[in-house]
Design a protein around this ligand. Structure first.
Ligand code: PRX
Length: 698
């Protein structure tokens, strides 16, 4: 019997492995072990690819995948050089394509790909596609918050806009290597700003426009941008959010902390707020529309080394301070382009929509760079997905004939709750591939997405990856093998996942443990900005020899990977990654909070929600008002998306005698699994647990 994911019954001979020659099957059997002891399954809970889909797919069957995967592992340099050859390089990279060491015990971690190669990612996204005849193709369709408000840009027009901004940035003194903070909502000006920075070799740092002034200030202080790009306001649903006010406050605070930014380029989003109603600092603020359109639409490219930084993106970790994840140019370019093409089976006729915001990594890699590198038509939506009603997404899908729709499980679950009627009243016939990202997708949400949204005909790419990985790591390739609802299935080319036990020993076959990666891949981040030591200790020292993802994972008897969520102190709320320590420090900054401990608890729609145990300072009474003001403290410190769902009063916290908070116990109390508290005898004061239980619903 072949040790491959079983492809029986529903498949015709063209894409089942039964026709493989004996020699091939022996080779594949050996190779399958590489991706995890896959064995033929008798499990009925699999969804087989449609035969017509598989036949047209880039990777039509598992055999082809294994062939490509094996090559990518045995000859990474050759494999990735070929992928890189589809891009324009002013100068080819040197002899060595990549550096391999991920073993901290053997020396410092210094990942490099295509070092010495000279290129530019903006050139490859725009000029290259225009030169190959796609100048008049739509690059971006933009759909505004309100129905009937829309816009679009062809590749030619996008290049013009990018060049104008790039010229303005240059005139304003932004040089190669300088950082630029972009605090914009999903206007076309957001990808335009990213590309303009890339064109001149500046390092962009997009800050999600849902972050508070304090979070923005923290990032400004860390990366010291030459300029901040923002807009005056944005409409999200029925609300108007005054982004410029947030920027004003962040800039004045950062200035007081020694980091002064001279220029704040502000796009006037007149649909949300008039210019004259916007607070203005004449010596610092400039309206985008007053200066950028006057600049030339021609801007020479700044050619950069493959290892020159492309962007910084701050993300949450186990400790309080957000980490500046740094991605460089060449490897990221090749990796995001390849993953986009294969994991969505992208074809030039596709209309692609990813609902993520460019403020997160998904928006970087799969709204902007990956699709544009492939010359795709991308839809950018400004608003909220259920405004004015829960049918908006499908209305947009029909309006633009979207073929690939990529979103997060939290949205799937929320739309599922609103009922099928909102979906089925739209045709959705154009859809051919669906995608999911950000958190594990529970099988029932998967089924609904598949059956109701995709009319049981569109494969779902459940893509597991991280800010740090740059692009997809474990993902289905649509059409290539049967799917299992809730499993991200198999590794992408070049990715060698390893599931290790507590001691760091790699396990084979069916198992569960910590998800690591064994060798470097082109899209990997290269450092944490300004703190390479933290990079090495956070990611490479827990299990020497491996990159440690922070996720738990199991592999089933068929070799399919199942992500089980974070194993560290990171919570995943609606696909947003939030560090418990960040929320705790926001709570503790409240003058009436003595101590706080935050855990994640399962939530029907959000996946996880934030549950905070709070000890008020001596003499302070518990009250609903205090709860509200504690939640407000998190909103102003981090942003509304990190607001705790529950504040649980805690006269004391369960600590060991050495003072360590036992979060395991807090998690059990928070999820009301009171009969599973386990051993509490090692606590300094075991009575604390009874007190917490008594206060659970107060
Ligand atoms: O826990 C995993 C979860 O999201 C984390 C990464 O968060 P972030 O860096 O913000 O990037 C999100 C978008 C890539 C991971 O450590 N995660 C992401 N995708 C999946 C997932 N968990 C399960 N299945 C996924 N498909």
């Amino acid at each position: 019997r072949l040790r491959l994911p079983a492809m029986t019954n529903n498949l015709t001979t063209t894409n089942r492995h039964s026709h493989l020659s004996a020699r091939n099957s022996a080779v594949l059997k050996r190779k399958a072990v590489v991706i995890g002891e896959a064995v033929a399954s008798d499990d009925a809970d699999r969804i087989f690819p449609d035969q017509d889909f598989a036949q047209q797919a880039h990777v039509p069957n598992f055999e082809k995948y294994l062939e490509m995967y094996t090559r990518s592992i045995e000859d990474p340099a050759g494999f990735w050089s070929e992928m890189a050859d589809s891009f324009y390089w002013k100068k080819k990279w040197g002899q060595q394509v990549n550096s391999e060491n991920l073993d901290i015990t053997k020396g410092n971690i210094k990942i490099e790909w295509f070092k010495g190669g000279i290129t530019n990612i903006c050139y490859n996204c725009l000029d290259r596609n225009i030169e190959s005849g796609n100048g008049e193709k739509i690059a971006i369709h933009w759909e505004g918050n309100d129905r009937g408000v829309d816009d679009s840009l062809t590749y030619n027009q996008l290049l013009d806009r990018v060049c104008q901004l790039a010229n303005y940035l240059k005139e304003s003194g932004v040089k190669k290597g300088d950082s630029v903070i972009i605090y914009l909502p999903m206007l076309m000006e957001l990808p335009i700003s990213m590309l303009a920075c890339a064109r001149i070799g500046a390092v962009h740092s997009v800050v999600f426009a849902g972050f508070s002034a304090e979070s923005l200030e923290q990032r400004i202080i860390d990366c010291k941008p030459k300029i901040v790009i923002t807009c005056n306001a944005v409409k999200r649903g029925t609300k108007v959010i005054n982004l410029k006010d947030i920027v004003d406050s962040a800039l004045s605070e950062s200035s007081q902390n020694g980091v002064h930014v001279d220029l704040c380029l502000t796009y006037a989003n007149e649909l949300a707020k008039k210019r004259e109603d916007t607070k203005w600092q004449k010596e610092r603020d400039v309206w985008w529309q007053d200066v950028v359109p006057k600049c030339s639409t021609k801007c020479d490219v700044e050619w950069v080394d493959a290892e020159d930084p492309l962007f910084l993106l701050y993300t949450s970790g186990s400790t309080g301070k957000p980490k500046g994840v740094l991605h460089t140019t060449g490897g990221y370019m090749v990796y995001t382009a390849a993953t986009f093409k294969y994991a969505f089976d992208y074809k030039p006729s596709d209309i692609y929509w990813c609902t993520a915001d460019c403020g997160w990594i998904t928006g970087h890699s799969y709204v902007a760079y990956g699709p544009l590198l492939n010359g795709a038509t991308v839809l950018v939506y400004e608003g909220v997905p259920n405004y004015p009603d829960p049918g908006r997404c499908w209305d947009i899908v029909d309006k633009y004939k979207v073929t690939i729709f990529y979103t997060a499980p939290t949205l799937v679950r929320s739309l599922m709750r609103d009922g099928n009627e909102y979906v089925t009243r739209y045709s959705r016939k154009s859809l051919r591939v669906l995608g999911s990202v950000g958190e594990p997708i529970n099988p029932s949400a998967w089924r609904w997405f598949y059956d109701v949204v995709g009319d049981s005909r569109c494969p779902i790419s459940d893509t597991w990856w991280q800010t740090e990985t740059g692009g997809f790591m474990i993902t289905p390739l649509p059409g290539a093998w049967p799917q299992k609802p809730g499993s991200a299935t198999f590794p992408f080319f070049g990715v060698q996942p390893a599931i290790v036990d507590e001691k760091g020993k790699e396990m084979e076959g069916e198992c569960s443990g910590y998800l690591c990666v064994k060798a470097s891949w082109p899209g990997a981040f290269r450092t944490l900005f300004g703190d390479h030591e933290r990079y090495e200790t956070t990611y490479f020292s827990a299990f020497p020899g491996y990159y440690f993802s922070g996720d738990g994972c199991s592999r089933d008897k068929d070799g399919y990977y199942w992500l089980t969520g974070r194993v560290d102190d990171v919570i995943n709320v609606s696909g947003h990654r939030i560090g418990t320590a960040e929320v705790e420090s926001a709570l503790v900054s409240h003058p009436k909070c003595a101590e706080a401990a935050v855990v994640g608890v399962e939530h029907e729609v959000k996946g996880q929600c934030i549950y905070a145990f709070v000890t008020p300072v001596e003499g302070v009474e518990y009250s609903e008002d205090l709860k509200k003001s504690l939640v407000l403290s998190v909103r102003t410190n981090i942003g509304a998306f990190a607001a705790p769902d529950k504040i649980h009063w805690a006269p004391g916290l369960p600590k060991t005698r050495s003072g360590k908070i036992m979060r395991r116990i807090l998690r059990k109390i928070a999820s009301r699994q009171l009969d599973e508290l386990g051993d509490t005898s090692t606590l300094a004061d075991p009575n604390v647990v009874d007190q917490l239980i008594a206060l659970a619903d107060s």
